[in-house]
Ligand binder design. Structure first.
Ligand SMILES: Cc1cc2nc3c(=O)[nH]c(=O)nc-3n(C[C@H](O)[C@H](O)[C@H](O)COP(=O)(O)OP(=O)(O)OC[C@H]3O[C@@H](n4cnc5c(N)ncnc54)[C@H](O)[C@@H]3O)c2cc1C
Length: 258
């Protein structure tokens, strides 16, 4: 059984000013940004499904919040990969079109500087895991990729990914999963997460499987209620996270749906 290890112990965050060294667009709505710089020395290791905080400004590494002083705005992202030899950190941004982080990614240029804190959170999956079912929308695919990379090679992985349309079908990991299903919100304009809920209804539940569900927060709750309430999935077999919430800015990073 997997022991969810979120939330992490609170400790003073290390702030790392970093610089954009590469920008790639694997698809029309996904921007892969590589950050570099010697401040990344000692970053991590990040557990599968870990997160970082991005501050879209350069801050002094010794910045500390003073009592009563507002924290600069930040957003939560996944440290998709870190190359310790080159001090390079890859983050994949969904260009959803209406937010501070999405706007920043849209306009990012080589040499732009932001500040990274973390990583924190993430999960330790059991070494003998035999079956993993992942339900994820595009915001959670970078984390899904980390998880797929980390589970045992003989673990049977089912990945159900909800995206806008076929142009977003970008595999989150180079490791081939055993069962891959792409769900498209277009052309029906399906509500975010609603197709994942439909998919959850049709997936067989067995005692050996671990489930990891991350998507829009309201949809995540509906999926969790279906799996653990209507279908009797053991709650310890489900890791659920709301990665963003329709109509809400800066959704919190440990929304388990409790
Ligand atoms: C642990 C964790 C890891 C995450 N990792 C990633 C990651 O690697 N890549 C990634 O792209 N996102 C990731 N997210 C989601 C990301 O934090 C949110 O999408 C965040 O709200 C983006 O900030 P923003 O400034 O662009 O939008 P905000 O200012 O927070 O929100 C503005 C508006 O945009 C809407 N919105 C926010 N996100 C989305 C979206 N994905 N699709 C459609 N509408 C949206 C909101 O509902 C709101 O109306 C992660 C979230 C968590 C909790």
């Amino acid at each position: 059984m997997t022991v969810p290890t979120d939330p992490p112990a609170r400790r003073r965050p290390v702030l790392r000013p970093v610089e954009v060294v590469r920008i790639e667009d694997p698809g029309p709505r996904l921007r892969r940004v590589t950050f570099g710089g010697s401040n990344l020395q000692g970053f991590g290791p990040a557990r599968p499904g870990a997160h970082i905080k991005l501050f879209f400004a350069e801050m002094p590494a010794d910045w500390r919040p003073e009592p009563g002083q507002p924290r600069p705005p930040a957003r939560t992202y996944t440290p998709r990969s870190f190359d310790a030899a080159r001090n390079e950190l890859v983050v994949e941004f969904v260009r959803h079109g209406a937010g501070m982080a999405s706007d920043w990614a849209e306009n990012a240029q080589l040499g732009d500087r932001i500040t990274v804190a973390g990583p924190g959170g993430g999960h330790d999956f059991e070494p003998g895991l035999r079956r993993l079912v992942i339900l994820a929308d595009e915001s959670a695919l970078p984390a899904a990729g980390m998880i797929i990379d980390a589970v045992p090679a003989d673990c049977h992985v089912t990945l159900v990914a909800e995206v806008v349309d076929a142009a977003d079908q970008i595999l989150p990991s180079q490791r081939l999963v055993d069962s891959m299903h792409w769900l498209h919100r277009l052309p029906t304009n399906a509500q975010p997460g609603s197709l994942l809920l439909d998919a959850a209804r049709s997936i067989q539940i067995d005692d050996s499987a671990q489930w990891w569900v991350a998507c829009e927060a309201v949809a995540m709750r509906a999926i969790k209620a279906h799996l653990t309430g209507e279908r009797g999935l053991d709650r310890n077999r489900l890791i659920s996270r709301g990665y963003w919430k329709q109509g809400a800015t800066d959704h919190p990073d440990h929304d388990t749906g409790e």
